[in-house]
Ligand binder design. Structure first.
Ligand SMILES: *Cc1c(COP(=O)(O)O)cnc(C)c1O
Length: 461
């Protein structure tokens, strides 16, 4: 399987190289040259299989000869062995025709573990073959960073450097990044917001001398292997609810468009997904873009669902690439306009996006009210991100089953949950001592040169 850049001017790569590279050298994102379709009979055969077996069958065609079948099965098994639920991604029912897909049973209690635990295994196997040493740099609004650190801590041929916005992540998120004691873990608190972290990360990738000198590798949601890992749970959920014999819709709380883009890939693979509903918090650029066609960045307003406090939605570029008929030059022009503040999506492309995606927005008050109402009517305690999804999903319930993705465990955001229902959700027993462990963190300015010299220093051997 070959991977091409959304901006049309980077080398075509195989799966392993695309995974190890992350961002393409023309600034674009890698996407598969073609999307394999799984025949209906094979989709039907996935119903009821263990999560790991579905993962193997769904991901296999994208991986080509990068990993042999036995090795891939073993790595998938290792990736999900540490999850706290035998189903990995269990479904619970919230109401008539409305289901919640719990994606928070991994080691850091957010859906990011599904992708990160797997790519931790894939990177380790790939690096063992090549003998390469790499520096993983990630920008995080809170959950990617902890998931990446958990997946890569202690590996001998990897340094993991995480940039998070100082003061804008929850205490649990911060402590999950600052308490691992391994010397290859570097948590950096940047003076800025998440978009600043993401912008400095892109700057580092676009400085090829630096990129090659430290062996930079990216594990942000721009990494294709992460998107691929997330395609799997759309298949397990939909086949549990009657697919391929019945259509299913999904509502996805999103900021960077990564998780919902995985749903779009599942649909292109033949899974009968009727609607993909984008759910945003008050940072609603995606909702505004799909409603009006204008993709215009405004300042980020911090919210109680901080992992979605994003205005520059990286993975949206992948959706635009398809909506513009896979015209890399057109996407490159849009992204140049974005640096000036925004762009207007062409009528044809907007029509193509709306064939698949609809959207909704949830205010801060509505988020709290939803946590309260769902707790009162079902006993389920939602995290604020999942609540954004549930509120928007409720506005889109139709004749087909609706699945809302629950992206984090409520104990990751205890303040918001306590405000809503008056009790603080407890951390699972396996991380109950999180607040007793010592923290290790470096405060850094929002300055490329300063960051680069710090990273050179920390990764010098
Ligand atoms: C990362 C994250 C999101 C948003 O995911 P996208 O990749 O932006 O779609 C939503 N909720 C939680 C809890 C997250 O960690």
């Amino acid at each position: 399987m070959n991977y091409i850049s959304t901006r049309g001017a980077a080398p075509v790569l195989g799966f392993q190289e695309a995974m190890l590279t992350g961002l393409a050298r023309d600034g674009g994102l890698y996407v598969p040259e073609t999307v394999p379709v799984i025949p209906e009979s094979e989709i039907a055969a996935l119903a009821g299989l263990p999560y790991e077996d579905v993962a193997f069958r769904v991901m296999r065609p994208f991986i080509g000869d990068a990993f042999a079948d036995d090795e891939l099965r073993r790595l998938i098994g290792a990736a999900y062995a540490g999850f706290g639920h035998a189903a990995r991604a269990p479904l619970v029912q919230l109401g008539p025709n409305h289901f919640l897909l719990e994606l928070f049973h991994g080691p850091t209690l957010a859906f990011k573990d599904f992708a990160m635990q797997l790519i931790g295994q894939l990177f380790q196997a790939a690096l063992a073959r090549t003998g390469q040493r790499i520096t993983i740099v990630g920008a995080t609004s809170g959950d990617t960073g902890s998931a990446a650190i958990e997946a890569f801590r202690g590996l001998s041929n990897v340094d993991v450097v995480i940039l998070f916005p100082h003061g804008r992540v929850s205490d649990v998120q911060r402590r999950q990044m600052t308490t691992p004691a391994e010397a290859n873990v570097h948590a950096l608190a940047l003076d800025g917001d998440f978009d600043d972290c993401q912008a400095r990360l892109k700057d580092m990738f676009n400085d090829f001398a630096f990129r090659d000198a430290v062996g930079l590798a990216g594990v942000n949601s721009i990494n294709w292997a992460r998107v691929l890992a997330q395609v799997v749970y759309y298949f397990t959920a939909a086949t549990s609810l009657g697919a391929p014999h019945r259509e299913v819709s999904f509502t996805v709380p999103t900021g960077n468009f990564g998780d919902i883009f995985a749903g779009y890939i599942a649909k292109r693979m033949g899974l009968p997904i009727k609607r993909l509903v984008v759910a945003t918090n008050q940072n609603d650029i995606l909702h505004r873009a799909l409603s009006s066609g204008d993709y215009l960045t405004e300042g980020v307003v911090p919210s109680i669902s901080p992992s979605m406090d994003i205005q520059v939605s990286s993975n949206f570029e992948r959706a635009l690439f398809d909506a513009y008929g896979r015209d890399g030059a057109a996407v490159a022009a849009l992204m140049a306009d974005l640096r000036q503040g925004g762009f207007r999506i062409s009528p044809n492309a907007l029509g193509a996006l709306r064939d698949t995606f609809t959207s909704g927005r949830c205010s801060e008050d509505e988020t709290l009210a939803t946590i309260r109402a769902v707790h009162a009517t079902t006993g389920e305690v939602l995290c604020p991100h999942s609540a954004v999804g549930v509120k928007v999903a409720q506005e889109h319930i139709g004749p087909e089953p609706m699945v809302t993705l629950a992206t984090a465990h409520p104990a990751k955001f205890p303040d918001a949950v306590e405000t809503a229902i008056g009790t603080r959700p407890a951390l699972p027993a396996r991380m109950a001592d999180l607040f007793d462990r010592p923290e290790r963190v470096t405060r850094v300015p929002n300055d490329l040169a300063a960051l680069q010299s710090l990273i050179r220093e920390r990764t010098a051997r």
